[in-house]
Design a protein around this ligand. Structure first.
Ligand code: MV4
Length: 445
């Protein structure tokens, strides 16, 4: 196993990775910005290196500073966490060139799956359903309009270099098509430096269901079942759960097997998430593959009892996945609530500041992943997520009850958080019935 690993991230995920390192008897080196210098997780690391000012471009996104820190600290590998450089192909390549193991997929798989048109093609090649639409990127307006008519409205335009909802447009008729198409192309150029866009039939009120994968360097790939992440607001997930309530065991198997076919075809190794849309008739359609560990990975850890972060390190080191698919079972029901420092009364605008009172819940079935403590100041420079609150119970109904109880116990003062919003969602009769889709939060809250 590696002797020393550098964590190129901050906050709860940095702490999560430190913990995994220590359980594997690996030394953890953290880098931090000036804004994070007083965060207590830094003291838990075996070494901590300040890499610059609060602004991400000058610290957590600054490749040369992170590589310098890795060289000074003499680490074997870098874990990028999520966000920041986790899906940055240039960074992964520079790690390789510097003889540092990137704890993530090979560069070629990142490049392939980062190109959404290529990923869509790959899915089709292995008989994974995609929503009807483009075979290739489309740049010609006339050609795009013809295809839109053929698919039938509504259609959605997506950026090939995009993902996670950025640079998408839904179009309902010929009249608005031309303008939307040009705007989407221009937007993709500005946002991603690549004007390539593609078309899909728009699936109405879908669920977002994603499959967790681990693949080793020896050709073995395993799935760890699905998460239902339909409770989103403006493409930000608020609540995730596993299993997905509406999937019968046979559908679940088909979905997870489809995800594995994509991963194997891409010659992928390490952790991945394959995202699908699920329509009302329970047909699934491949959307995209995230080539990183995700925020919501603990949901899967709770239902499967595998430590995904530890496995990422073992896979990068070259170990084989020693279990077989039959050894991976799911038990009970897990729910995660993302607790963000945001003011629900001010359209969820960020609400940074000093936390005077922090009393987290506990008790049976509760897991908390956070770097926050009483007296901690939430910096203004980063993502507003301050805590992930998870529960694991035998049934979904019990998980909801435990989560509501935990949310009611949780005290965070005086900053505003999404705790009350999460409580409202969990109390909504449509959520309780499991009748959720990606528009549920925006329609009801
Ligand atoms: C779609 C769609 C409906 N039909 N594609 C948003 C995130 C990005 N990964 C793709 N997204 C969508 N793609 C087709 N063909 C609806 C969405 C979508 C969505 C997807 C998942 C979670 C929340 C969403 C919110 C709005 C739209």
């Amino acid at each position: 196993m590696f002797s020393r690993v550098l964590i190129a991230n901050r906050g709860e995920i940095a702490l999560r990775i430190i913990r995994a390192c220590h359980e594997l008897d690996v030394e953890a080196v953290v880098v931090y910005s000036e804004a994070d210098r007083d965060a207590p997780y830094i003291k838990l690391a075996d070494e901590a290196i300040c890499i610059g000012p609060a602004a991400p471009a000058q610290s957590y996104l600054n490749i040369s500073r992170i590589i310098s820190a890795a060289e000074i600290a003499n680490v074997d590998a870098i874990h990028p966490g999520y966000g920041f450089l986790a899906e940055n192909i240039e960074f992964a390549q520079i790690c390789a060139d510097s003889d540092i193991d990137f704890i993530g997929p090979p560069v070629e798989a990142m490049r392939l799956l980062g190109d959404k048109v290529a990923a869509r093609k790959l899915a089709m090649e292995v008989n994974v359903p995609v929503s009807p639409g483009s075979e290739n990127a489309i740049s010609d307006e006339g050609e795009a309009l013809k295809l839109a008519k053929k698919i039938g409205y509504p259609v959605i335009i997506k950026a090939s270099a995009g993902g996670g909802g950025r640079g998408m447009r839904v179009i309902h008729n010929d009249i608005s098509f031309r303008q939307a198409f040009d705007a989407a192309k221009a937007e993709a150029q500005v946002a991603f430096g690549n004007p390539a866009v593609y078309l899909e039939k728009f699936i109405n009120e879908p669920r977002h269901v994603e499959v967790q994968i681990l693949a080793d360097k020896h050709g073995s790939a395993l799935h760890f079942y699905e998460r239902d992440c339909s409770s989103q607001r403006r493409h930000q997930k608020m609540i995730e759960e596993s299993p997905c309530l509406v999937l019968e065991e046979r559908d679940r198997e088909a979905l997870c097997e489809a995800a594995l076919r994509i991963i194997k075809k891409a010659k992928y190794h390490n952790a991945a998430t394959v995202e699908f849309l699920l329509d009302r008739d329970k047909n699934f359609y491949f959307m995209e593959t995230n080539t990183r560990i995700q925020v919501e990975h603990p949901v899967t850890e709770l239902v499967t009892d595998f430590d995904l972060i530890k496995w990422m390190l073992r896979i990068a080191w070259g170990e084989k996945l020693k279990m077989s698919q039959r050894d991976i079972t799911h038990r009970g029901h897990a729910i995660e609530c993302r607790i963000n420092a945001e003011d629900p009364a001010k359209n969820f605008s960020p609400c940074p500041g000093r936390i005077e009172k922090f009393i987290p819940p506990g008790g049976p079935g509760v897991r908390i992943d956070t770097h926050v403590h009483q007296g901690y100041t939430v910096p203004t420079n980063y993502d507003s997520m301050i805590c992930k609150l998870l529960v694991h119970r035998p049934t979904r109904a019990e998980a909801i009850e435990t989560m509501k109880r935990a949310l009611k116990e949780f005290v965070v003062e005086p900053i505003k958080t999404t705790i009350p919003t999460c409580l409202d969602i969990l109390s909504h009769n449509m959520f309780v019935k499991g009748k959720i889709d990606t528009g549920f939060i925006e329609r009801n809250f």
